[in-house]
Design a protein around this ligand. Structure first.
Ligand SMILES: Nc1nc2c(c(=O)[nH]1)N[C@H]1C(S)=C(S)[C@@H](COP(=O)(O)OP(=O)(O)OC[C@H]3O[C@@H](n4cnc5c(=O)[nH]c(N)nc54)[C@H](O)[C@@H]3O)O[C@H]1N2
Ligand SMILES: Nc1nc2c(c(=O)[nH]1)N[C@H]1C(S)=C(S)[C@@H](COP(=O)(O)OP(=O)(O)OC[C@H]3O[C@@H](n4cnc5c(=O)[nH]c(N)nc54)[C@H](O)[C@@H]3O)O[C@H]1N2
Ligand SMILES: [Mo]
Length: 863
């Protein structure tokens, strides 16, 4: 937990072309997560504190022994889009160039690999043709499988601000999201049916004369095959409507708008990529853009919205198992010898390695015996994560480089290496529009912490490859990376940083954000948009239509597991929350795992708002708070991906998503799990607050850890009744001083005060809705001596003289639902007026959809 007051707040860079200085609430809270608390500060070997020399010997020894005994493929690297390009480059080079193992993959496999594969199929290379400005210039913005309001909030603010007269937005997502606020048309399609919708669009464009035939003739190939497949799969609007479970009118409206709007951008994200048909979905979208000649033009193009800070950089260095390096695949002509010559090695891996899901299966089987995981938390994020944990537990040597000490993956590591985190590391990242930005270090490296590139290079040195890994600083690596991209590149490879090869150290430090390709001299081109001239990077320079013959995933639900499980992100948490959970204000929006479900299902299944529900699949379970959401389709639930075993008893979403992958990209299906659902029958619910660093002895069937500003807290619940007076001292870490017990109401409250300071509070109720908010109590923990009035108010859990703000809606200014409700009741009728009165929504803006929703709800209630 951070003390927000001791660190300087973070500000955006007003000159950066991507955000113009705007930050989302996670970015604006970064300073609360950069402390040393919870950090991994020194190497650990089998649980024992170690030093670098010994830890590096252990890593090098394990790799060497495994290669000698079992061959190079027994060693695997699992990398991440959290790494900087320089880190990534060095890891890829060591594994593929010197250890001769092709088993290098990255968490981008779970994220962008379907988009990568779709780009390669259509354009000949993994290229996002457009840029962010296109999302502003578009007259029709289609957002497919993207909740940008929460997942790309800064870009979303740009899209929103750019709404010019007549601009339309279509959101394609099975559930209503914060992003649908922007939608003129929301297509809540049956999950997985995007290929039908876009196949249908292609055949409709043909029927209606909406094709750009000259463009197709001059710049594309294989159109006829694509059209035949589209017509077979989606012959007419009626068939599309039926398969996608949409109304005919809505489908037709979308098709008409698409046909009549030259400036159309289709932004797509995980609702497209994370699917058994992810690559086909991507190509079905790109097909429609090619058919209308809308690629790489201002305000027109398909636009893959990338997730991680540096997913793109990882794609550029070749971190995916099927690529070699610098946008060259193993089978690109001459690639292996070119790369071997450049690196000065004869040990380049022979061919593509195992993709993430298969890689962990090979670990499970015992074929992979050493795995080095850097900057990712696969015990939480891979599908069927229960099996992934078994695989890691079985694996003879698991090496984990992370900046955080306790994660679900580090718990299974034999060797733990302390890596530098944001603010401490130095290098470059690339964003969705191919823009390379410097990330500059401004904090010292704490304790024994080292940057990832240093750790990997040091292991390379121990293995005898020091000459090829003799890097003194990130600039050395970047120049080499740029040089490889330009090496023997006469325009065949569009990823080319020739213009950055000769950067001096000072140039590198001062590097301004720049989009690739970056060519030199007379070859200088404008990299803002690519392919505008209709010349692609396939062999014959024509873009390829792809025939989409996807057989729709058969209904995966069954009598035992009837609910469709959709998983995704929430506004204020990042992935497995190893860092965002350190900022208490980021937990204020949603503090617990939850299940969003339609009220018809709630009624049918006896689920109650605010109580707990239990989702099960095989022997695994997910327990979360029930949230009624009529933006859910009946029969489908949405659960967040962020909670893990460090923060909740049963909050891991991936136990409900099975290891099913896209046949082309290998990307796992993460949006379409299945489960049985029931109320989690608790005889009591509680909230425990404890001053930090105190002994805690308690156990409950359900718990969820919520760090607060001045204390630690847990939501708890139990199936069996407990005699509170007996259990109390254990739970509070000593004698309770203030106690209130009302067994008839199932209500119990206790607090412990030591030397005048609040030490612990426990609140129990059979109805969780009656448990008070912890905000006021949290502040009481900071009082050096608890005042008499606070003491009296302890059991009410709030200062009775001050209004209770309610659940926090605006994280930036900590404005709660009750305050907003009161303002609306008092006549405030717009988001702007709310902002004037309470400041909510005036910083990052990501709560605006919820503010608008509250205003609308109150209007419709009054009506
Ligand atoms: N707050 C926050 N922001 C983040 C992240 C984070 O952890 N937290 N992570 C970053 C990363 S790495 C990524 S990859 C991005 C992801 O960004 P997004 O892809 O926007 O986020 P998700 O919530 O994973 O999924 C998007 C939507 O896909 C919908 N969906 C599910 N099934 C289907 C389907 O069959 N068809 C369609 N069309 N839609 C479907 C879901 O209902 C969901 O609303 O976010 C990035 N930004
Ligand atoms: N069911 C389901 N599963 C999903 C998804 C989904 O939508 N649904 N989304 C998928 C997607 S798109 C993604 S991107 C993944 C994300 O899943 P992960 O990659 O597993 O998630 P993170 O929490 O980002 O893990 C990053 C880890 O790296 C550490 N770290 C941070 N910075 C550094 C650094 O500089 N160096 C090192 N060595 N370590 C660092 C963090 O502490 C953390 O432990 O999850 C995927 N899994
Ligand atoms: Mo991602």
């Amino acid at each position: 937990m951070a003390n927000p007051d001791t660190r300087k707040p973070v500000a955006g860079d007003a000159n950066h072309p991507a955000n113009h200085g705007r930050l989302c609430v996670k970015g604006a809270s970064l300073h609360e997560t950069t402390g040393q608390e919870g950090r991994l500060l020194y190497p650990l070997v089998r649980g024992r504190k170690s030093d670098w020399d010994q830890a590096l010997d252990e890593v090098a020894g394990a790799i060497r022994n495994s290669i000698e005994t079992y061959g190079p493929q027994s060693v695997a690297f699992y990398l991440s889009g959290q790494l900087l390009t320089e880190d990534y480059y060095v890891a890829n080079k060591l594994a593929k160039g010197f250890l001769r193992t092709a088993n290098v993959d990255t968490n981008s496999r779970l994220c962008m690999s379907s988009a990568v594969a779709a780009h390669k199929r259509a354009f000949g290379a993994d290229v996002v043709p457009g840029c962010y400005e296109d999302l502003e210039l578009a007259d029709l913005l289609v957002l497919a499988g993207s909740n940008a309001a929460w997942a790309h909030p800064v870009l979303y603010q740009r899209m929103k601000a750019a709404a010019q007269e007549g601009r339309r937005v279509v959101v394609i997502d099975p559930r209503r999201t914060a992003t649908s606020e922007l939608a003129d048309l929301h297509l809540a399609l049956r999950p997985g049916t995007d290929t039908v919708l876009f196949n249908g669009l292609l055949s409709w464009l043909f029927d209606q004369g909406g094709l750009d035939e000259p463009y197709i003739d001059a710049h594309c190939q294989a159109f006829d095959e694509a059209l035949v497949s589209a017509r077979a799969a989606a012959p007419d609007v009626g068939s599309v409507a039926e398969q996608c479970d949409l109304s005919r009118e809505d489908v037709e409206t979308f098709y008409r708008w698409f046909a009549s709007t030259p400036r159309t951008v289709t932004g797509f994200s995980q609702g497209v990529n994370q699917s058994v048909a992810g690559t086909d979905k991507g190509n079905a979208i790109i097909n429609c853009h090619l058919a209308t000649g809308r690629v790489g033009k201002p305000g027109a193009g398909p636009f893959s919205l990338t997730g991680q800070p540096n997913a793109m950089g990882g794609r550029e260095v070749g971190g995916l198992a099927n690529t070699l390096a610098a946008h060259m695949d193993y089978d690109s002509p001459g690639a292996r010898s070119r790369v071997a010559g450049f690196w000065g090695t004869s040990q380049v891996a022979d061919g593509p390695g195992l993709k993430a899901v298969d890689m962990f299966e090979a670990v499970h089987r015992g074929d992979i015996r050493v795995i080095w995981i850097m900057g990712t938390n696969p015990a939480v994020s891979l599908p069927d994560s229960a099996r992934v944990r078994v695989a890691l537990a079985r694996c003879p040597t698991v090496i984990v480089s992370d900046c955080v000490a306790h994660t679900d993956t580090s718990a299974l590591a034999d060797i733990l290496l302390p890596a530098a985190g944001w603010g401490e590391k130095d290098g470059t990242v690339t964003n969705s529009e191919r823009r390379i930005s410097r990330q500059r270090r401004f904090l010292p490296l704490p304790a024994e912490v080292k940057p990832d590139w240093w750790i990997i290079s040091a292991v390379a040195g121990k293995l005898g490859f020091g000459g090829a890994f003799d890097y003194g600083k990130p600039a050395d690596i970047f120049r080499e990376h740029a040089a490889l991209s330009a090496h023997e590149n006469r325009g065949e490879r569009i990823f080319n940083l020739a213009g950055l090869v000769n950067l001096t150290d000072n140039d590198y430090d001062a590097l301004e954000p720049v989009q690739w390709p970056v060519l030199t001299g007379s070859g200088v081109t404008d990299s803002t948009r690519l392919f505008a001239d209709g010349r692609f990077v396939t062999d014959n320079h024509r873009a390829r239509f792809v025939a989409i013959n996807t057989v729709l995933p058969e209904q995966k639900t069954c009598d035992d597991y009837p609910m469709v499980v959709n998983t995704g992100r929430i506004r204020d948490q990042w992935h497995t929350m190893t860092r965002t959970a350190n900022a208490p204000r980021l937990l204020a929006h949603r503090s617990e795992p939850f299940v969003e479900i339609h009220h018809h299902d709630m009624a049918r299944l006896n689920l109650v708002e605010g109580h707990l529900a239990r989702l099960t699949l095989n022997n695994e379970q997910f327990v979360g708070r029930v949230r009624q959401s009529d933006g859910q389709r009946p029969g489908e639930v949405f659960i967040p991906i962020h909670w893990n075993r460090q923060f909740a008893s049963s909050g891991v979403a991936t136990v409900l998503t099975e290891s099913v992958t896209d046949p082309v990209s290998g990307q796992p299906e993460a949006k379409h799990g299945r489960a049985a659902i029931k109320p989690f029958r608790a005889s009591w619910h509680g909230r425990l607050l404890v001053r930090r660093e105190r002994p805690r002895r308690w156990a409950s069937d359900y718990w969820c850890h919520v760090p607060l500003n001045h204390c630690d807290s847990w939501w708890v619940a139990g199936r069996q009744p407990i005699t509170w007076l007996d259990a109390m001292n254990d739970w509070l870490g000593g004698t309770a001083h203030v106690v209130m017990s009302d067994p008839a109401q199932g209500c119990f409250r206790a607090a412990r005060i030591v030397n005048g300071q609040l030490e612990a509070v426990f609140m129990v109720d059979k109805d969780p809705a009656r448990i008070p908010d912890a905000g006021w109590l949290d502040d009481c923990f900071s009082e050096p001596t608890l005042s008499e009035s606070s003491r009296r108010a302890l059991l009410a859990a709030r200062d009775v003289d001050v209004e209770d703000p309610g659940a926090i809606i605006c994280s930036c200014f900590q404005v709660g639902e009750h305050q907003i409700g009161a303002a609306i009741a008092g006549g405030v009728g717009s988001v702007a007026a709310l902002g004037e009165q309470l400041r909510c929504g005036t910083n990052c803006g990501s709560c605006i959809p919820e503010l608008r929703h509250l205003i609308e709800a109150s209007v419709s209630e009054r009506a």
